[in-house]
Design a protein. Structure first.
Length: 319
């Protein structure tokens, strides 16, 4: 059997001459240093799987099953891609310069890399169920910041309509417009920035009854009922790595403007009671923003990516 994409590849010291029925190699790409990845596809279902190679030697069928020393070498080789994203874009304003990307690598391979990298070299993310916010109490974050009373409850009640996605910041209660929204498998991810603070809302469209997940990378903290919640940080990091255009999209994103929420248009409203259809339309247009009380004076300095960078660096130095 001839398998051109597997020419020279050895499995347990022997050339690869056959595969499981229904599976065939679809791509082979250099990753970093002496590592490469072969992606396989199951013809009947479209499912994909990876082979991780070092040189021409098969090492594992998933990055998590690599020998620890091999996995460490591979992930360290990816620092140049993931480090700038993790300390800048993911949880802080954009860095001055855009680093290298993984846009030429298959999505499945990048997701395995990014999930493993952030799980091994970044601070552990605190994962809380959505019900933790239902009490309405103030929520202390692992990085020392505190989210005010009822703000997470209001944020998780956000609904997506046909207009701009506007939410109340959990940190200052100011209205924010989503900078970018992108698709990540069955999930829709929206990025928000309040001064130097970045957070995300993630809707799993395969589970429409779930409230959105709230991800605050600088804490790091994730509030979610999604069964795959633990994968969210790595998937977002992987999306940035595969889409270098994220930098221009974020730079060009406009801030919230009063007209986004209908301010200044009150004079055009009729005084009569709107019919049911009009009421439904009005709810759709503003349901993603829940007004909150004026924020109290902020007693802490603005948050930047420096804290996240310091925590990552401290752990990185212990590898």
């Amino acid at each position: 059997m001839t398998l051109p994409l597997l020419d020279g590849v050895k499995l347990d010291g022997f050339p690869v001459e056959q595969l499981y029925p229904g599976w065939s190699p679809s791509s082979r790409d250099v990753v970093a240093d002496d590592f490469s990845v072969v992606v396989f596809k199951e013809d009947a279902t479209g499912k994909q799987a990876c082979w991780w190679l070092e040189g021409d030697d098969y090492r594992a069928s998933h990055i998590l099953t690599l020998d620890e020393s091999v996995r460490k070498r591979l992930l360290v080789a990816m620092d140049g891609v993931f480090w700038p994203l993790a300390t800048g874009v993911l949880g802080a304003p954009l860095p001055p310069q855009v680093g290298p990307s993984c846009e030429t690598l298959p999505e499945i391979a990048v997701n395995e890399l990014s999930g493993s990298w952030i799980g091994g070299f970044a601070p552990h993310t605190l994962l809380l169920p959505s019900g933790h916010a239902d009490s309405g109490e103030a929520l202390p974050c692992p990085n020392g910041r505190q989210i005010g009373e009822n703000r997470i409850t209001a944020l998780l009640a956000a609904q997506r309509g046909h207009g701009p996605l506007i939410v109340s910041s959990p940190f200052t209660a100011l209205p924010l417009l989503a900078q970018i929204t992108f698709q990540m498998g069955s999930s829709s991810v929206s990025r928000f920035q309040d001064a130097d603070t970045v957070f995300y809302l993630i809707w799993n469209e395969a589970l429409p009854t779930l409230r959105p997940s709230f991800y605050y990378p600088d804490a790091p903290m994730l509030i979610s009922d999604d069964p795959a919640a633990a994968m969210i940080p790595g998937l977002i990091l992987g999306w940035y790595a595969r889409h270098p255009e994220h930098a221009s999209l974020i730079q060009e994103a406009r801030p919230f403007r009063a007209e986004d929420f209908g301010v200044g248009q009150a004079s055009g409203f009729r005084p009569n009671i709107p019919d049911e259809a009009s009421q439904s339309s009005a709810v759709t247009s503003v349901s993603s923003f829940i007004p909150a009380e004026q924020p109290p004076p902020i007693s802490h300095p603005p948050v930047s990516g420096q804290r996240l960078k310091s925590r990552i660096k401290s752990l990185f130095s212990r590898r």
